[in-house]
Ligand binder design. Structure first.
Ligand code: GUN
Ligand code: FE
Length: 466
């Protein structure tokens, strides 16, 4: 369905769950969320047993469509993926024992360079957007490739499918990038970035669904002059910025060598005016206290990518420290450094990595399930600058949501109704909080039976009755 198609006034009827704060998950049994024709939440109620009596109380909603959860389940805010690489999806699971710098040369650059083919880009990007939507991702910050037309195609696909997206043409002009996959000059790097920004703004002038994002790949990929020009482009266009920072120790050493006059990796971005409130920095594993203070002062945001950090043995990002210092953090799948397009998987990975950190640095570093779910929703919304619009259920927010079904008991030999291991409350004594915990640890895209962006259905499975 085209993203511009109109929607009907709808009442979403069933338990809803969302983060109230970093530590508090709010569970509202028998909830009702009233969403208008623009996809904006107009009212919320709880403990509603009968939607007809609600309609009789709310005259102007008497003709509204009712979307009810079948069986056991709940509404949850759409997930926000603050960092991923659409062109790397075909490489998912390929990293062997490489670490960042040889992984880029071995797997990543050859795959990305091949996406200059528009027919290949069409296949890869439409499949990837389908996959992220099916995992409940309603907003995503995408890296494309250096190719303008393929990047624009990714934005077209997101707009058509109705997924909120920040879409970035990758800039990489330094001669550390392979000759076969590199911007050939600073001028072409800037002109191509500008062309993509202009195109994305032309297809969605309101910026409600797709937005451009300036994307210097990372400091080693760009010359100082190119970074300066990209900083200027950010000032001129007001666009978001995304890049990688301090992911791997060899990369950090390389940055020191390439930018000997900079005080730190973070200072490289600072001196080129790339550290701003609209900047998303992925990884941030090895930052010093001074670097974190600078990021906080500039109000730049961090995308935590735990699956990728483990796969490429980059390190354990000190998320508790970042949060305690007041830095805004969200989660990123970082496909294909990360092996899954699922933010629910990143929630688990964030929790796991926090436990490894706790083993050496103390229990305070453990993230709770509620905290990880916050990062996946409200945290991510703040990272992409949409905290006023999405990330939770409140009057005035837009309805970006997923319907989670906890499934039914599988009959012997028939897996049709079966969703996830142990997710079913066989004996009827689980509390709601326990059901949510079990979804987090045992759930996957089979549980995500329907997904909405601004009240528009953007994905559903055969389990959904709309
Ligand atoms: N640093 C520079 N490019 C990349 C990339 O594609 N993935 C990851 N994980 N780190 C990077
Ligand atoms: Fe990345």
């Amino acid at each position: 369905m085209a993203a511009s198609a109109s929607i009907s006034k709808s009442i979403y009827f069933g338990t809803y769950v969302h983060s109230k704060s970093l530590t508090e998950l709010e569970i509202r049994p028998d909830g009702v969320i009233g969403v208008d024709e623009k996809g904006v939440i107009q009212f919320l109620e709880t403990n509603v047993k009968d939607v007809e009596s609600l309609k009789s109380r709310r005259e102007e909603w008497k003709d509204a469509k009712v979307v009810k959860i079948k069986g056991e389940g709940f509404f949850f805010p759409g997930f926000i993926d603050t960092h991923t690489h659409a062109p790397q999806h075909p490489n998912t699971g390929l990293f062997g024992k490489t670490t960042l710098l040889d992984w880029l040369q071995t797997y990543t650059f050859p795959m990305e360079s091949s996406l200059g083919s528009l027919s290949k880009a069409q296949r890869v990007y439409s499949n990837f957007v389908s996959r992220t939507l099916s995992h409940g991702t309603t907003a995503c910050a995408y890296y494309a490739t250096i190719h303008v037309l393929s990047t624009n195609l990714l934005a077209d696909i997101c707009l058509k499918r109705g997924q909120r997206a920040l879409v970035g043409r990758v800039c990489m002009n330094s001669n550390l990038s392979p000759e076969y996959y590199r911007d050939m000059s600073i001028e072409s790097s800037i002109a191509d970035s500008r062309a993509s920004i202009d195109y994305i703004r032309s297809i969605d002038p309101s910026g409600e669904i797709v937005l451009p994002i300036i994307t210097p790949r990372f400091a080693p990929s760009c010359t100082a002059h190119c970074l300066t020009a990209l900083g200027d482009l950010a000032t001129e266009t007001g666009a978001h910025i995304q890049t990688h920072i301090s992911e791997n120790t060899s990369e950090c050493e390389l940055v020191k060598k390439l930018f000997p006059d900079s005080k730190s990796y973070t200072d490289v971005y600072e001196t080129h005016h790339l550290l701003r409130p609209k900047t998303i920095l992925a990884h941030a594993v090895h930052l010093s206290a001074e670097e974190r203070a600078l990021i906080k002062a500039r109000e730049a945001k961090i995308s935590h990518c735990p699956a990728s950090n483990t796969a490429l043995t980059s390190g354990c990002c000190p998320v508790r420290t970042l949060l305690d210092e007041g830095i805004t953090v969200g989660l990123g799948t970082d496909v294909s450094g990360g092996f899954s397009p699922s933010i629910l998987e990143e929630v688990r990975q964030a929790i796991w990595v926090s436990r490894f950190r706790a083993m050496n640095h103390g229990d305070v570093h453990k993230l709770s399930t509620s905290e990880a779910l916050y990062l996946a929703t409200r945290g991510g919304a703040a990272v992409i600058g949409m905290e006023d619009k999405v990330g939770g259920f409140e009057i005035g927010k837009e309805f970006d949501a997923q319907m989670i079904s906890l499934g039914t008991v599988a009959e012997e030999g028939n897996m049709e109704g079966k969703f996830t291991e142990g997710s079913i409350d066989l004996f009827g004594f689980e509390k709601w909080a326990e059901k949510v915990e079990k979804w987090v640890y045992g759930g996957d895209d089979r549980n995500t039976v329907a997904v909405w962006v601004r009240g528009r259905l953007v994905h559903s499975t055969s389990k959904f009755e709309g």
